[in-house]
Design a protein around this ligand. Structure first.
Ligand SMILES: Nc1ncnc2c1ncn2[C@@H]1O[C@H](COP(=O)(O)OP(=O)(O)OP(=O)(O)O)[C@@H](O)[C@H]1O
Length: 244
């Protein structure tokens, strides 16, 4: 689970919050979609959950562990894939995966058991032996995902994970996300693709100018808007909630 308790963050001296008093709980077993216009504060929030940046105020907990008070313990539970991953260019994909597995102390037998299947599912068996410097954006995304999934973190934090993936890899990732949550784990991901959020997510949150403007199941969001109809798509709700 993920818990954000009144979390705020400003950059520089502007004092304008990129994230403003954000209160959110994501429960075990949920795929949670994080939506919002460009600059709404999604990546800032994700980086605070992953422990990359610290909130100015408020608390972030992952599986009841405070990310700022017990960062190592929290980070062991987290699998974070940034929006534009840049794995080390001078390693091969396989070397990078092994490097990440070493950092997360993944036992050898677990690597041997899961890695071939993951490489195969993401279509990376052959490319895994090539240097990352020759990878396309989608291949970097895939190798980072594989390295992240291999250590079996309970909480996946994915920043726009489908961007750059081909349709097969995107379908595989969605299957993996559902399977992960069906085992009682948590997936939190940002996306601009509302159809993906609509089909995949158990709940969504919509952020605008750093503030939470709506969260819940899609039916609840529809009900909250005062109209319950099929035409009340997530896109329509999004447009209504984020217009300036
Ligand atoms: N390193 C930074 N320094 C200064 N301002 C920043 C920095 N990173 C983000 N911001 C600002 O914080 C606000 C939120 O940015 P953020 O990247 O979190 O938005 P986002 O919702 O992820 O946007 P997008 O959908 O475009 O990726 C924006 O106003 C952005 O300009």
């Amino acid at each position: 689970m993920i818990w954000l308790g009144n979390v705020s963050k400003s950059y520089g001296k502007s004092g304008v919050p990129a994230v403003d008093r954000l209160q959110l709980t994501v429960s075990p077993g949920e795929i949670f979609g994080f939506l919002g216009p460009n600059g709404a504060g999604k990546t800032t929030t994700i980086k605070m959950i992953a422990g990359i940046i610290q909130p100015d105020t408020g608390v972030v907990e992952v599986d009841h562990t405070s990310v700022s008070d017990r960062p190592l313990e929290a980070k062991r539970k987290i699998g974070y894939v940034p929006d534009s991953p840049e794995p080390f260019a001078k390693l091969t994909g396989r070397e990078y995966i092994q490097f990440m597995a070493d950092i997360y102390q993944v036992p050898l037998e677990k690597r041997q058991k899961h890695l071939p299947g993951l490489l195969e599912r993401f279509g990376m068996e052959e490319n895994a032996n090539q240097l990352i410097q020759g990878y396309s954006r989608g291949m970097k995304q895939k190798i980072t995902l594989i390295a992240t999934l291999l250590h079996e973190p309970s909480v996946w934090i994915l920043d726009e994970p489908m961007v750059g993936l081909d349709p097969r890899a995107s379908a595989v990732l969605k299957e993996e996300m559902r399977r992960h949550c069906d085992r009682g784990n948590t997936v939190f991901f940002s996306t601009h693709v509302l159809e993906v959020a609509e089909r995949l997510c158990d709940r969504v949150a919509i952020l605008n100018e750093g503030r939470l403007v709506s969260s819940g199941k899609l039916e609840d969001l529809r009900r909250g808007s005062g109209h319950v109809s099929d035409e009340n798509t997530l896109e329509n709700l999004f447009m209504g909630l984020t217009e300036s």
